[in-house]
Ligand binder design. Structure first.
Ligand code: ATP
Length: 138
C-alpha cells in the first residue's frame, strides 16, 4: 500500500462533499483530513520548487487566500490513482481532455485547478509531513 497527499485548494473547498464522494468511489481510503488555511509563508515553502517561475507569486497568493483541505490517502498505487482522478494540471486542458476529472469538473483556470496531488513517494512523504506536522496545533 502507498500513501499520498491530496489537497483541495481554495477554489474548490466548497465542493468538499462531491470530491470526497469521488475519493470514496475510487476505493482510496482517507486516513487523515484537516481543513485549515495556509499562510503566505507556508504556501511559499510548499511550492518552493516553483520559485522564480512567472506564476509563483499568483500561486502563493491563491493558495493562502482561503480555506484548504489536506488529506492523507492510502491504497495500492495511491499516488498515480489520485493524479488520474485529478486530470491534467491546467483546468482548461482538463475540461477538454478529461471533463469528468476533478479538475475538469471543479477547476477554475491554470493556477486555480481545484486540487493537488503528490507526484512521487518522496514528495508524498515530504508534503504529508509538512501539512500534518506543521499545522496540526489547532
Ligand atoms: P499540483 O502539484 O498542484 O498537484 P501539478 O503537479 O499537476 O499540480 P505543478 O507543475 O507541480 O503541477 O504545478 C503546481 C501548481 O502550480 C499547479 O497545480 C498550478 O496550480 C500551478 N501552475 C503550474 N503551472 C502553471 C502555469 N503554467 N500557469 C499557472 N499556474 C501554474
Amino acid at each position: 500500500k502507498e500513501k499520498t497527499f491530496a489537497m483541495i485548494k481554495p477554489d474548490a473547498y466548497i465542493h468538499i462533499g462531491k470530491i470526497i464522494s469521488i475519493i470514496e468511489r475510487s476505493g482510496l481510503q482517507i486516513s487523515n483530513l484537516k481543513m485549515t488555511k495556509m499562510s503566505q509563508e507556508d504556501a511559499r515553502e510548499f511550492y518552493g520548487e516553483h520559485k522564480g517561475k512567472p506564476f509563483y507569486d499568483g500561486l502563493v497568493n491563491f493558495m493562502s487566500s482561503d480555506l484548504i483541505v489536506g488529506m492523507e490517502l492510502v491504497g495500492d498505487n495511491a499516488i498515480k490513482r489520485w493524479r488520474e482522478l485529478l486530470g491534467p494540471t491546467n483546468t482548461l486542458v482538463a475540461r477538454e481532455q478529461a471533463p469528468n476529472s476533478i479538475r475538469g469538473l471543479f477547476g477554475t483556470d491554470g493556477t486555480r485547478n481545484a486540487c493537488h496531488g503528490s507526484d512521487s513517494p518522496g514528495s508524498a512523504f515530504r508534503e504529508l509531513n509538512f501539512f500534518f506536522a506543521k499545522t496540526s496545533k489547532l
